[in-house]
Design a protein around this ligand. Structure first.
Ligand SMILES: Cc1ncc(COP(=O)(O)O)c(C=O)c1O
Length: 615
């Protein structure tokens, strides 16, 4: 492709993108494809000769788009927002065109210098203490690929600092021996990336309980530290969360920070989602105690209109970070090393994209006030949705609605809410994901679309309300014996840790593609499928690619009764959507409920996924 064709195709692509954004509402939020669908549509090998652009775009329309989950859709309420905006897209386009690999100042000075400048802007916007700024020469900020990277890098820096300190006291003790004694802490609502960071860093990590507001408190941390010190362990790191994934709760930074300072523990603060809200002064109260933190991260690529990837992280003392990560071969050195920042020492990868461009474009286009308006509007809509839920006695809101996330459930057994969520997602009218908060299964409703409106909220609430009628009716009219039969069959399976993985990852949706069908079923998959095969009629006909609307499904009274029963069975037995351990604990809970009949709550056990949704 030469420059003149690029001009032509580039303009067409901009139109294509604008059309996509403007017409997104006409699409189904969730695709209806099955695993392996794309292999059946596209050639198995790459073309020998270059193809026509028209043919590539034809395949985009016919093959790629049908398999897209539309994260920018106004009916997408799952996970957290995936930041997006025209200025950000344009910033990324320019970054791609410049195509520099800014690992050091010398590798592209503007790339490094803009990053340090914009990171200082953003730190000031969210109210971070001045010590975290580059301009003060001790701390500073860096853009990483994800919040997971930020947490890992902080943990590695903390581990390095702790071992260095211990080595000065015990010079003859091996690093490995010291490492085996070190222990880190997080709340049970911390994101799974925190646990993963500990796995990678090979350190023990203790999961701590939260209070009734789902907040990790100082007393809990202090107790754990005291217990561990008595056992001869060496506490060294705490990850606090501001805006937990499951319920957007806030750990008590003020209390945790004082303890970390007193006990000499590194405090990292993960504010992946909620951090963007701190642009609004009224939300900065959640950061009380931030001056005690050693490092802090937030994702503009979640809630600040910046496209993935863009996770921003600041450290109070950049030396502690860079000494943990510096490797300095001759070919990467330059004569300004002592005067400039080299971001290759601030993270895992060497190569880095020019990500600060899109952040800079977004901040300049919207201004601080524009971004505040956006955050406040999402928060207003979140509260509005929370009020709608509260106004309906069939539902309850779990946790406080502080920002753009509302967690709610049907009052009663967990499986009612599970069924409701599944029915909604299958309808294709909305997309949401669940979380497990203590033993309660909740639906997370996140305000995601850039221009989300009250109409969207009302639409979502109407869909939820209509589906709730169907689901509650299904629960009432379903034959409990059939359900219990299915449950008992599931209970007889040996759902070991290893098997859980297989079952959870296995697509259970019938009529798989040939590629999938070739894969032999595991014993448990076969058994689970048997359970489902016992009933020929499911909520939808698996041979029909498009899932019919709920009203079509319930067209006759008689068929509806069968379907309701099967919906319930499927909800309980579908290994694609539900972790086998979840099933198992539900089964035992259901049995308990049946046997003692004394109002024991149907619940999902805490050990199943006590950190809520894994996003
Ligand atoms: C609180 C929190 N931390 C970390 C993450 C992981 O983010 P990333 O995908 O950028 O690694 C998430 C994702 O939603 C999150 O909510």
């Amino acid at each position: 492709m030469n420059a003149s064709e690029f001009r032509k195709r580039g303009k067409e692509m901009v139109d294509y993108i604008a059309d996509y954004m403007e017409d997104i509402e006409t699409r189904r939020v969730l695709p209806e494809v099955q695993p392996g669908y794309l292999r059946e549509m596209l050639p198995k090998t790459a073309p020998r000769k270059g193809e026509k652009w028209e043919n590539i775009m034809r395949d985009v329309n016919n093959a790629i788009m049908p398999g897209i989950t539309h994260w920018q859709h106004p009916r997408f309420h799952a996970y957290f927002p995936a930041g997006n905006s025209y200025p950000s897209i344009l910033g990324d386009m320019l970054s791609n065109a410049i195509g520099c690999i800014g690992f050091s100042w010398a590798a592209s000075p503007a790339c490094t210098e803009l990053e340090t400048l914009v990171m200082d802007w953003l730190a000031k916007m969210i109210g971070l203490p001045p010590v975290f700024l580059h301009e003060n020469g001790i701390g500073g900020g860096v853009i990483q690929g994800s919040a997971s990277d930020c947490v890992l890098v902080s943990l590695l820096a903390a581990r390095f600092a702790a071992i260095k300190d211990l080595k000065s006291k015990f010079p003859f003790v091996e690093d490995g021996v010291l490492l085996s004694r070190m222990v880190a802490y997080r709340s049970k609502l911390a994101h799974s990336c925190v646990e993963k960071a500990a796995m990678i860093a090979m350190v023990k990590m203790r999961e701590l309980d939260t209070d009734d507001k789902f907040s990790l408190r100082g007393a809990t941390l202090q107790r754990a530290i005291d217990e561990d010190r008595k056992l001869g362990l060496i506490p060294f790191f705490v990850c606090a969360t501001l805006g937990t994934t499951a319920v957007c709760s806030f750990d008590n930074l003020d209390e945790l920070g004082l303890i970390c300072e007193r006990e000499n523990l590194w405090l990292h603060v993960d504010a992946a989602y909620a951090g963007s809200a701190f642009i609004c002064p009224e939300f900065q109260r959640y950061m009380k105690g931030i001056e005690h933190a050693n490092s802090f991260n937030m994702n503009p690529s979640k809630w600040m209109l910046v496209n993935f990837d863009c996770s921003t992280m600041w450290v109070k003392d950049r030396k502690l970070l860079t000494t943990a990560l510096t490797v300095d071969p001759l070919y990467l050195q330059h004569h300004n090393s002592d005067k400039a920042v080299d971001f290759r020492h601030w993270g895992v990868p060497l190569s880095r994209r020019f990500r600060s461009l899109k952040l800079w474009f977004v901040i300049r286009t919207y201004g601080i006030e524009g971004l505040q308006t956006y955050i406040r509007e999402h928060t207003r809509l979140g509260k509005k949705f929370g009020a709608l839920v509260r106004s309906d006695s069939r539902f309850e809101v779990i946790g406080e609605v502080t920002m753009g996330l509302v967690c709610f459930r049907l009052v009663g057994h967990n499986y009612h809410t599970q069924m409701l969520l599944r029915a909604i997602n299958m309808s294709g009218k909305l997309h949401m994901v669940p979380a497990l908060i203590n033993d309660q299964y909740v639906i997370r409703f996140a305000i995601c679309a850039q221009n989300a409106s009250e109409d969207d909220i009302r639409f979502a609430w109407n869909v939820i309300g209509e589906m709730a009628v169907e689901v509650l009716e299904a629960c009432r009219s379903s034959n409990e014996n059939d359900v219990l039969k299915a449950i008992e069959k599931l209970e007889s399976l040996d759902l070991t840790e290893e098997d859980d993985e297989g079952i959870t990852d296995t697509p259970s949706v019938p009529t798989p593609s040939p590629a999938i069908a070739e894969k032999p079923e595991t014993e448990h998959e076969a058994e689970l499928n048997d359970v489902m095969d016992e009933d020929e009629v499911f909520l939808y006909d698996d041979n029909i690619p498009s899932i019919p609307s709920i009203s079509t499904l319930y067209e006759t009274k008689q068929r509806a009764t069968t379907r309701r029963r099967n919906l319930l069975l499927r909800m309980i037995s579908d290994p694609k959507c539900y972790n086998a351990r979840v099933l198992k604990s539900m089964c035992s809970d259901t049995k308990r409920h049946r046997s003692d009949n004394a109002g024991v709550k149907h619940g999902l056990s805490e050990d199943v996924c006590s950190n809520g949704t894994d996003i």
